[in-house]
Design a protein around this ligand. Structure first.
Ligand code: SF4
Length: 180
């Protein structure tokens, strides 16, 4: 791995810049994302900084089932992000379409439109769950970087993310949360 790629991988691991996109959420998950990023839960402790431009972002956080109205915009935002880039589907709607799955105006979960690296179920998600997902994603990035650099043999962390149900990070009470 050359020096520039190493520097990019190091920056992605140590201070990932995230962009948040509402693809059709009811705002419940969006409030929890903001909660995770602001001082009470303070995801910035892990070096995570919210960005306004996809051209500067490493991680795309998507909430809501993808409506047909924003589907092309979501693809456009994803394509504008530089590689390596990662996507986190936040909330039951983003993971699978949730209660809106099959609706005439909905494409489905985020993975029906763009590749997803981590799924965070819940309705709405808890900030702690989102923080755990970001931490696991960064561990996966580090393992992949180390494996590519020849420092470690590819371990289980470097394996591709399995199907949504198996990769799901559950709430502390073991399932989706309804209401507050
Ligand atoms: S998972 Fe629940 S809180 Fe989140 S966008 Fe869907 S309905 Fe709203």
């Amino acid at each position: 791995m050359d020096l520039i790629k190493k520097a990019i991988a190091w920056g992605s691991r140590k201070s990932p810049w995230v962009i948040h996109f509402n693809a059709g959420a009811c705002n419940g998950c969006d409030i929890e994302v903001v909660d995770a990023l602001t001082p009470r839960f303070d995801l910035e402790r892990a070096g995570v900084i919210k960005q306004g431009s996809p051209r500067h972002a490493d991680v795309l956080i998507v909430t809501g089932a993808v409506t047909l109205q924003v589907r092309d915009r979501l693809v456009q935002i994803y394509e504008q992000m530089p590689s390596p880039k990662f996507v986190i589907a936040v909330g039951a709607c983003a993971c699978s379409g949730g209660i809106f799955n099959g609706c005439y105006c909905v494409s489905g979960g985020v993975n029906t439109v763009i590749p997803v690296d981590a799924y965070v179920p819940g309705c709405a998600v808890r900030p702690e769950t989102l923080i755990a997902a970001v931490t696991k994603l960064l561990d996966k990035v580090e393992a992949q970087t180390a494996a590519a650099d020849g420092q470690l043999p590819p371990g289980p962390e470097a394996e591709p993310t399995p199907a949504p149900a198996a990769a799901a990070i559950t709430d502390q009470d073991g399932g989706e949360r309804h209401g507050k």
